[in-house]
Design a protein around this ligand. Structure first.
Ligand SMILES: Nc1nc2c(ncn2[C@@H]2O[C@H](COP(=O)(O)OP(=O)(O)OP(=O)(O)O)[C@@H](O)[C@H]2O)c(=O)[nH]1
Ligand SMILES: [Mg+2]
Length: 391
């Protein structure tokens, strides 16, 4: 119910935002004038020319409303302008006859009558227009510049047509709908993450899984429930709902952690191929649940196996893509009794593991390394967050 409400509020908010934005864009000019107090502030200025009965040509400038209508000196020029047409112009030219003449010549809207009487600048404006084939100088040749210009003009005209308007509207709403869909899928819809736990014998895979499932389970219960699980296959476990995602855990419960079997298991697990997959490799320095002694050969062999596996998944294109590989170094509680102590000494714990030859390679290819304790629940929240962060 709460989520449905969220969706409705989200969609409603989206439309309100779009409406406000459209209004703002439509009335931007007026809005700016209102805010700045300068009138006119932004927007297009238009100029048109009109010849009076006394043969005086007047330039009329319009911005939102008429600004002025004044005689303009267009001597020595023949105008080629469309009657009643408003030409869009820059604001800085409108009070200056020389700038108006420049604009007319450059746009090919006027031609010099007597070139001997014209200034050098004006001659250059005109020759520029001839070169660019602006206005009256347009020859219809398929020059690249002109064709691009024409295509652009045609395109703009098309956008203003009815079909163009519908198209704009469709693109606009299409964009809106896909944004909503994306938001909906990402934030609200439950997302599944397939997670596989593997690692050495008695490294604590089952215990970690129980901790993920039941964050408040007591240590006593974890210890009494601990039985070695050896089903010889990949076991699908119960779904764990965490935040707005679903974690689907799988346990690689295979006697011996042979490389080939592990590869197979990771390749095959999960429901669909496209879902996000996370591999958690659990390593501990002892098979025991109470001895703080580092079982060096056991530790080394686990790290070497993990390094080969992780490197394979990160470098081989023929293997299933794994979104994230997390290495969980378990049983830190055996080394430090208190959580603060363990947190302060993570570097020292790592130093011990670093003695294994392949440790460097393992952490190079792993996406995340966590030191923790399944029994105490240390590092488990971090582990869950890491799983979730694949989306
Ligand atoms: N002290 C301590 N003991 C742990 C921890 N995690 C697991 N254990 C103990 O280590 C032993 C093995 O743990 P499991 O969770 O069964 O390990 P596993 O990897 O599933 O082992 P198999 O299924 O036999 O391969 C059990 O006795 C657990 O109680 C931990 O963080 N600290
Ligand atoms: Mg187990």
């Amino acid at each position: 119910m709460k989520k449905t409400l969220k969706v409705i509020i989200g969609i409603f908010g989206y439309f309100v935002m779009i409406s406000v934005l459209s209004c703002f864009m439509a009335y931007f000019g007026k809005f700016m004038s209102l805010v700045s107090g300068i009138y006119p502030a932004v927007g297009d200025y238009y100029i048109s020319f009109e010849e009076s009965e006394e043969h005086i040509i007047k330039a009329k400038v319009i911005y939102l409303q008429e600004i002025y209508e004044e005689p303009v000196d267009l001597s020595n020029l023949t105008l080629y302008i469309e009657e009643d047409k408003n030409y869009s112009v820059e604001k800085d030219i409108i009070y200056d006859d020389n700038k108006i003449r420049k604009m007319l010549l450059e746009e090919g809207l006027a031609q010099i009558i007597d070139e001997n009487k014209a200034t050098r600048e004006e001659l250059s404006y005109q020759s520029k227009a001839v070169k660019k084939e602006n206005g009256i100088w347009y020859t219809g040749d398929n020059k690249a510049v002109n064709s691009i210009h024409m295509i652009y003009n045609k395109f703009m005209m098309f956008l203003e047509s009815n079909i163009g308007r519908i198209l704009k509207w469709l693109i606009f709403t299409g964009f809106g709908i896909s944004t909503i869909y994306y938001f909906f899928k990402k934030k609200i819809m439950k997302r599944r993450i397939d997670t596989i736990l593997m690692g050495g014998i008695s490294s604590g895979k089952t215990t970690i899984l129980k901790r993920i499932e039941r964050p408040n389970i007591t240590e006593g219960k974890l210890l009494t429930e601990a039985t070695t699980t050896k089903t010889g296959e990949v076991v699908k476990c119960d779904r764990v709902a965490y935040k707005n995602k679903d974690i689907y855990p799988y346990l690689f419960d295979n006697p011996g952690d042979q490389y080939g079997k592990m590869i197979d298991a990771v390749n095959k697990f999960g429901i669909t191929k496209s879902d996000k997959k996370v591999l958690i490799y659990v390593i501990s320095f002892t098979k025991s649940d109470s001895s703080p002694a580092f079982d060096v050969p056991f530790t080394h062999s686990q790290i070497s196996k993990a390094a080969v596996l992780v490197k394979s998944f990160k470098t081989s294109s023929s293997l299933t893509k794994v979104s994230k590989i997390i290495i969980f170094f378990n049983k830190c509680d055996l080394l430090y009794q208190k959580e603060v102590e363990y947190l302060e000494n993570i570097k020292n714990i790592e130093k011990k593991y670093r003695e294994s030859l392949d440790y460097g390679e393992l952490i190079e290819y792993a996406d995340k390394v966590i030191f923790g304790s399944a029994l105490k629940g240390w590092g488990i929240d971090e582990l869950k967050e890491e799983i979730l962060s694949v989306y």
